[in-house]
Design a protein. Structure first.
Length: 427
């Protein structure tokens, strides 16, 4: 696939022969009903869809479950090596999606082969060493602290007041930040993930936070992820430590925030689900698993770049084409829904075959998944325990999704509840 047009330059060659017109990877459909968009893509294009990113840049969106398994299971043919992208000559330095797609930098997420595995050997043990009971303790304390700020009012926007700040406050503690930096990092990460005009400056600020943390922990190590990374016997540069910390924190923040928000929204808007929870037939983990199947926080993940021309599905993809992983679309692929009562795989005893954490060599490491699950589950449990009569304060159709095809979450979740005392007022 080649670029269709570039502002200020002549059009490049057209799409491959027989390739239908590219689908713009933007528009209200991704906010209102992305599954309808994915169904139309499958109907018109099959499991590998030609799409156009903002700015006119071409890519393939892989919406088939089997095809995503094929791509993510073959890192030799489909490496996560962003330097292979055949569009680099056309990409402007201020392209808003650049932080989302990535650049050739020495981090765990943007390296391939042995270099990627070297970063894994340093990062994963540092995450594995975090005590789950310690995580839950941090979660309970920080959740109570946030809820105390609004529990006496009777109303709140749960996204702004709880879902977004909560995960990053926990992650900030785990990597070694003082609590007062957590809120600033949360604002930076939100601007970064939304992919708007502030994305580039947010990325720079994010790196500055991490560079200061590396310097502080080198001078005074502690019992935290950063200090354990610095103590790893293999040699890394300060830039590599900084970039890996950015990857850990960014991957775990907004995705976990949206996981919490979407789970709570499901509990507040799905009467059948709420009733089954009240009767003990469902649980918080059930709700969380259903969210991962039906509307996982990361809908589209960049990316893979084939090292040579090859066939994927019924498409011929060229060396260096950008492949976007349509995780949200693949989770609802009719091929994996066949034979499931009601078409819902999440009913299969909490099936973990969803692609919400991706798949293959670059799948979210298990300790990182465990940390995210503890944060999300504990946050929801504390919230429901403190505010048991939560209800949505606006009609469900008024909830607004993030302005991104890549991420799935609400920008606000207005609720009302009976005011309760703060933890400091409880005897």
């Amino acid at each position: 696939m080649t670029r269709t047009s570039t502002a200020g330059s002549a059009p490049d060659p057209a799409l491959p022969s027989g390739c239908p017109a590219a689908v713009p990877l933007s528009g209200p459909g991704f906010q209102t009903d992305p599954q309808a968009v994915y169904r139309a893509m499958r109907r018109d294009h099959g499991s590998v869809v030609p799409v156009e990113l903002p700015g006119g840049f071409p890519a393939w969106l892989v919406v088939g479950y089997r095809e995503i398994h094929q791509v993510t299971s073959d890192p030799e043919l489909f490496p996560r090596d962003v330097s292979l992208w055949n569009q680099w000559p056309h990409i402007p330095a201020d392209w808003p999606l650049l932080p989302m797609v990535g650049q050739p930098v020495p981090s765990i997420y943007f390296t391939a082969g042995e270099e990627h595995r070297r970063h894994v050997r340093m990062v994963v043990p540092a995450l594995e060493a975090v005590d789950p009971f310690e995580i839950r303790g941090h979660c309970e304390q920080l959740a109570d602290r946030l809820i105390d700020e609004f529990c006496g009012r009777g109303t709140a926007d749960l996204v702004a007041a709880f879902c977004e700040p909560f995960p990053v406050l926990v992650l900030a503690r785990l990597v070694g930040f003082p609590d007062d930096e957590g809120a600033a990092i949360a604002r930076v990460l939100k601007d970064l993930a939304d992919g708007g005009p502030e994305a580039q400056s947010a990325h720079q600020k994010f790196g500055e936070h991490m560079a200061r943390l590396v310097a502080a922990k080198r001078a005074e190590p502690g019992d935290d992820v950063t200090s354990r990374m610095l103590a790893h016997p293999e040699e890394f540069t300060d830039e590599e430590y900084m970039l890996d910390l950015m990857a850990i924190t960014a991957a775990g923040h907004l995705t976990t925030a949206d996981w919490i928000g979407s789970s709570v929204r499901l509990m507040l808007t799905e009467d059948e689900f709420a009733d089954s929870m009240a009767r003990g037939r469902r649980s918080v983990p059930d709700a969380m698993t259903e969210v991962l199947w039906e509307e996982g926080p990361t809908q589209i993940l960049a990316g893979r770049w084939p090292v040579r021309d090859t066939r994927l599905g019924d498409r011929l993809v060229k060396a260096g084409d950008l492949l976007l992983l349509g995780l949200g679309a693949a989770n609802t692929d009719p091929l994996i829904r066949q034979g499931v009562p009601g078409g819902d795989p999440s009913r299969r005893g909490g099936s973990g075959a969803h692609l919400a954490f991706s798949h293959g060599e670059y799948r979210c490491p298990f300790p990182a998944q465990e940390i995210a699950e503890i944060i999300a589950r504990t946050g929801i449990e504390v919230l429901l325990d403190r505010l048991p009569d939560l209800e949505l304060a606006v009609p469900e159709e008024e909830l607004v999704r993030r302005p991104s095809a890549f991420l799935r979450g609400t920008t606000a979740l207005p609720v009302r509840f009976t005011p309760v005392p703060t933890t400091g007022d409880l005897s």
